[in-house]
Design a protein around this ligand. Structure first.
Ligand SMILES: Cc1cc2nc3c(=O)[nH]c(=O)nc-3n(C[C@H](O)[C@H](O)[C@H](O)COP(=O)(O)OP(=O)(O)OC[C@H]3O[C@@H](n4cnc5c(N)ncnc54)[C@H](O)[C@@H]3O)c2cc1C
Length: 351
């Protein structure tokens, strides 16, 4: 006998997890199938929410809508879990040149940037630890502990019988006009949240992927504690007792999850440029970010099958953007609102 539900979600990274959160809030029934891949993009990410990007310090796309929504969502989840997963943090941006320093001064004079930037003096003196010749500015950011969030929800949905740890077999999916059948599950729709692996999904391999591998070092800097995220090209992010996440680079050819000697050499070179003190490498990891050519997410219904949907293309900023777009997708699926053409997966030619 088959189990009948509203939605079948494939993939429990940050996209699938938040989708489940909003579906649950909307009273919808669902099952998740996830293969528990330790090196998924979500598991390797630092979880930084950074409203300002690039050397010109430009506000990220739609950040005025995305950031407050992300904050509200993670704080609600945090209250529900009774686990500290969301933390506002200052990002110290060290300038690499006079041009950058001047760009910063210009941006801090704009009223619309006031809530994101600050030029105040740091409370902690970092000068014995960090190489800094060019000055710095402060960006008001945040960090989400994605690993804890994902792990908690994995256990939570498993205990409720709503999560199967398995690899989804696309060839076993039967697609009808108004439903899908997968083994013993019958659902109104399947929603694929497979991250980078969607490039192998027979219904969505036509999307213009430009996914990018990133390598990361987990390092220990003895006797160094700081409340700040430090950015000087790469990010140095405190994750626990003297332990820091350091990354990352961008690689578009080798889309494996294998850390490489050249990736490590690159990161260690960057570390030598930032740190004045010794460190110990604890781990070296790699994952692939699900990026689309136009750098926008992709959500909504398959161009030919209304029973198939997707939430993907979280790119380099899944932590900031997934809450808003997961919520928008749920509202769309429930017929409450339309989809912004800029993110609708149907913007890509199919067939
Ligand atoms: C090095 C690095 C650093 C990053 N740092 C940040 C950061 O600081 N801030 C930020 O916002 N973003 C960051 N990102 C980007 C961020 O990780 C992504 O935007 C986001 O995590 C993507 O989430 P997702 O759920 O779409 O995909 P994923 O995290 O890839 O999740 C997809 C899930 O689906 C599962 N899956 C796939 N196919 C199948 C199948 N057939 N059957 C079963 N399960 C399947 C996968 O195993 C995985 O669990 C970083 C990425 C990298 C690589």
């Amino acid at each position: 006998m088959s189990k009948r539900i509203d939605y079948l979600i494939v993939g429990q990274g940050i996209a699938g997890t938040l989708l489940a959160w909003f579906l649950e809030k909307a009273g919808q029934s669902f099952m998740i199938i996830d293969n528990d891949f330790a090196d998924s993009s979500t598991n390797i990410a630092a979880g930084i929410i950074n409203p300002i990007t690039g050397r010109r310090f430009v506000k990220s796309w739609m950040i005025g809508d995305l950031l407050p929504f992300a904050k509200k969502t993670y704080e609600e989840i945090q209250d529900y879990l009774e686990l500290p997963v969301y933390k506002e943090m200052e990002i110290i941006r060290y300038f690499q040149s006079n041009v950058e320093g001047n760009n910063w001064i210009t941006k801090t004079s704009y009223e619309e940037y006031e809530q994101y930037l600050s030029s105040k003096k740091l409370e902690q003196d970092l000068s014995t630890i960090i190489n800094n010749s060019g000055g710095y500015g402060i960006v008001h950011g945040a960090k989400v502990d994605l690993r804890i969030l994902i792990k908690y929800y994995q256990l939570h949905y498993q205990s409720k019988g709503q999560l199967q740890i398995d690899t989804f077999d696309h060839s076993a999916l039967q697609v009808d006009e108004d439903k899908v059948i997968y083994k013993s599950i019958e659902a109104k729709k399947v929603i694929f949240c497979e991250g980078y692996s969607a490039c192998r999904n027979p219904w969505f391999k036509h999307l213009p992927y430009e996914s990018a591998k990133g390598e990361v070092l987990l390092i220990k800097i003895p006797n160094f504690k700081t409340p700040y995220i430090i950015k000087k090209n790469q990010f140095l992010v405190p994750v626990g007792e003297d332990v820091y996440w350091f990354g990352s680079n961008y690689e578009w050819e080798d889309l494996t999850n294998t850390p490489t000697p050249s990736g490590r050499a690159y990161l260690e070179e960057r570390l030598a440029d930032i740190l004045k003190v010794d460190y110990e490498v604890l781990d070296h990891m790699a994952a692939v970010r699900p990026v689309l050519k136009d750098r926008r997410p992709a959500l909504g219904l398959h161009p030919e099958h209304d029973a198939i949907a997707i939430l993907n293309g979280m790119g380099t900023k899944g932590t900031s953007i997934a809450p808003y777009w997961a919520d928008r997708l749920v509202r769309f699926l429930l017929g409450e609102e339309g989809l912004n053409g800029e993110v609708d997966v149907r913007r890509f030619a199919y067939g």
